[in-house]
Write a protein that binds this ligand. Sequence first.
Ligand code: HEM
Length: 498
Amino acid sequence: MLPYVAALVAVALLWVYLKWQKTSRFWADRGVPHDKPHPIYGSLTFLQKKNPAHFMIDLRNRFQAKYVGIWLFWRPSLVVNSPELARNILTKHADNFRNRYLGSGPSDPIGALNLFTVNDPTWSWLRRRLTSMFTSAKLKALQGLFVKKSKELVTRIDSGLEAKKDIEIRNMFADYTTDVIGAAAFGLHCDATLTGESPMRTVTKSFMEYSYYRGLNWIAIFFFPELVETFRFRFFPKTAEDYFKKVYKAIVKERGYNPNSEPKDLLDALLKMKHEAIENNEEISDDLVIAQAAVFLQGGFDTSAVMLSYLTYELAFHQEAQEKMYQELLEAKNKLGPDQEFDGAFLSELPYLNAVMKESLRKYPPMGWLDRISEHEYQVDDDLTIPAGTPVYVNAVGMHFDPEFFPEPDKFIPERFLPENMKDNLAFAYMPFGEGPRNCIGMRFAHRAIWYALSTIFLKYKVFPKPNAKKPHEIVAEKNAIFLMPGEDIYVDFVPRN
Ligand code: HEM
């Protein structure tokens, strides 16, 4: 018996050895630059030690190549650093790259069926229906909400100043973005911007839990989806999901469904989608509907809150840029008159405000690498063809730090995004919202949430670093998160302008 077992073990070991030999030669055989892979983690030895965005920046800087081969554990994957190739993958050949590699499992339907994770054809079907939520008319109708919530930010800061309390901006902005998405998407009007608490905020606070265990869930979902089901990993924390389902069902019950009225928010659009499906004898599960509601909240609140936090922190250290933005806002406000509120179209025309936003998203794109999977065998260029099923990452954040496109990339220089200074080769080298049919569906909503918060706050206060504050580049990024975000609380001093 023993000799048989020993022989079997020897054969198994030999198989693993040969498989590893073949796997680890994958990129060398194709002449693609790469680092030697680790026998277990492949190229992912950085996980839970540093944020993936920094791995991507480092990869571009070290190799200076249009693409680099990596391994997600044992799976060869391609990181693309070239705008031309990015254009091909994200738009020209988008039909071959409709899906992301990431994914969750059948035991996690809310995580697996949402617009961000779901595959075609469900994805196209959903995307067509959900896009209607972001028309200009719908966004315009939200102006009152943005004005009200951004004024509440000022009330919040004023009460902090009165109480002589330090103001932590990461959570303050997350309170604000949770309120605006809660109201715009679900018609749920809450006061987290004023108080830091609300039913939706309870949900988003648990989304913000970046523990070691949550980190493992994200790692499996993004880099080893085959493992997700075995370990029952989840896209959203279970407690948040249960609570969110309860809140969602209560709102739906209270609101009901009127087939004759135009959907005014995401919830209406979702209910309409469900009823139309029933009429067409199609099946749409409650989980599919709830999954979309959950991902809009998750995708929307933290990205915008993180962006506002980094931007405010950078401006505290760049008084000249802050003053230019203030003067532009002041002039615009004076032109409008004291009783007139800014509208989205007006704010979109302010060059310096928008340059500051773009520069902040260049340095800190919350989702700086764009995940796709090649459905078929794909010819990347004359030298390289990748097999069907290869994960491909377009390294947007890496290109954002390429001095060829953005000289002195570590510096915060909003002027580079002023219309007169814009280089014409930036298409597909600058992609904070992604590109192509699978780009960010909430971009125009995010712009508005950010414009209103910034214009209201910076007209009212000067912002300074706290004494002995860390420089912006010293703020540690969250190492257990997949996306780029601060791993620590962020404080600034607000000083009222007369
Ligand atoms: C500063 C704010 C934001 C940034 C930087 C951002 C960035 C991104 C990026 C880079 C992607 C992937 C695009 C790609 O793969 O090409 C994405 C996808 C997505 N975003 Fe955003 N986002 C922001 C705000 C929002 C908001 C406010 C919402 C919802 C209200 C939202 C909902 C989504 C959804 C649902 C997807 C998946 C789209 C799909 O696969 O069809 N995002 N976002």
